[in-house]
Design a binder for this molecule. Structure first.
Ligand SMILES: Cc1ncc(COP(=O)(O)O)c(C=O)c1O
Length: 398
């Protein structure tokens, strides 16, 4: 289709000039019939890849039965998905919404009300440098990125920022600020450049939150739903959060968000405190139920761990010693390759070479493939990507 002189869609994104038309597994095709290997999964969304042979008929069945009803009526599919999320997380109750920022917005409300219920008039939430929690006014205020916040002040108050993996910084806040009600972080920062909270740091935070009666709120919007090889990334540290916002991969492409709460937070919100028109609709719930069921039946946690390890191993072999590669990091199928320079141009080059990837935090190549990726496809990702990175790094820095 010829582009119109003045597009009617707001230009909030720098888009690559291809339009994708259909997909199968980890392969997608554009409207000119060119094929791409998908190592992005719609930014950690397409858990089951594209056109999954079990998901598609289930969604077709649901669309024909009911898409939306409102939250005025009993919601058996919500109950079913909530029960499964509680089973795999060890938590207690769920509120369903439509996106990551909505799940985080709800988590922030829970933290504030939890504080108010304990007699704190102006509750504060500890948040992190380089964090990303969304683009609503409250979630961009919690986000640790000046570019995301620029132009949208005044920001929401009540956030205290600390660096990641520095427990002394949190202890210092604990000593000096009596109004703290919660700590809020991503287990692995995604947009911030694939920066993991260390297991011992998470365990120390858990202890501090228990001692201080704070909520531990772990944003697993990007790193959750099997991406790291466990259902949730915090499970590698053998802890449980009090509040866990989810979205992205939960519906394998159908928009769905969830706030999963443990016993300390599960009853903070009551009738009239929170709501949504679309959240928890039958189509989204069926997508979540089927995604989790297929992940289990097809052993996709193990696949994410194994194929992720292979992908990382191949990246380390091909790029490990190369000058200009700062670090290769991440877990399972959430990997980052930090370079010594901005590398946004790799997006276009990889696309031209038939590979879909992302670049975040300016200098980090990010891989977030569908959890169904095969070993052979992982090898192909590296075969396409490594030469492009080597070529970029061979160019002298200005
Ligand atoms: C960790 C994290 N939280 C929240 C969000 C916001 O999710 P959404 O874009 O669905 O609002 C994102 C999106 O990238 C994210 O990575």
């Amino acid at each position: 289709m010829a582009p119109t002189a003045e597009p009617h869609v707001m230009s909030t994104y720098g888009r690559l000039p291809i339009a994708l038309s259909h997909g199968r597994g980890c392969r997608v095709w554009d409207t000119d019939g060119r094929e791409y290997l998908d190592a992005l999964a719609g930014i950690a969304v397409n858990t089951l890849g594209h056109g999954h042979p079990k998901l598609v008929p289930a969604l077709q069945d649901q669309v024909a039965k009911l898409i939306h009803t409102s939250n005025y009526y009993a919601a058996p599919l919500q109950e079913q998905l909530a029960a499964r999320l509680c089973e795999i997380s060890g938590l207690a109750k769920v509120f369903f919404c439509n996106s990551g920022l909505e799940a985080n917005e709800g988590a922030i409300k829970i933290a504030r009300k939890f504080g108010h219920d304990r007699g704190i008039e102006a509750p504060e939430i500890i948040v992190y440098e380089k964090a990303f929690h969304g683009r609503s006014i409250a979630t961009l205020s919690a986000t640790g990125n000046a570019k995301v916040q620029a132009g949208f002040g005044p920001l929401v108050e009540g956030f205290v920022r600390v660096p990641l993996n520095d427990i002394a910084a949190v202890e210092q806040v604990a000593r000096t600020r009596p109004n703290v009600a919660a700590v809020f972080l991503e287990v692995i920062q995604g947009e911030g450049g694939i920066n993991a909270a260390r297991a011992e740091y998470l365990r120390a935070l858990r202890r501090l939150c228990d001692e201080r009666q704070w909520l531990l709120m772990l944003d697993e919007v990007q790193c959750g739903i099997g991406r790291t090889g466990k259902w949730f990334a915090h499970q590698w540290a053998d802890i449980r959060p009090d509040v866990m916002p989810l979205a992205k991969g939960l519906g394998s492409g159908v928009p769905v968000g969830a706030i999963v709460c443990g016993p300390k937070a599960a009853r903070v919100l009551g009738p009239g405190n929170h709501g949504t028109t679309f959240g928890g609709n039958p189509l989204a719930m069926r997508a979540g139920i089927e995604t989790l069921a297929i992940m289990e039946a097809d052993a996709l946690l193990a696949n994410a761990a194994e194929v992720g390890a292979r992908l990382r191993g191949a990246l380390e072999r091909e790029l490990g010693g190369v000058k200009g590669v700062v670090e290769i990091r991440g877990q399972g199928l959430m990997l980052g390759i930090e370079l010594d320079r901005p590398c946004g141009e790799l997006l276009r080059q990889a696309c031209d070479a038939g590979l879909l990837i992302s670049v975040t935090a300016e200098r980090v190549v990010r891989l977030l493939p569908p959890l169904i990726m095969t070993a052979g496809q992982a090898d192909r990702v590296v075969a396409i990507l490594a030469p492009l990175i080597r070529k970029l790094l061979a160019t002298p820095l200005p």
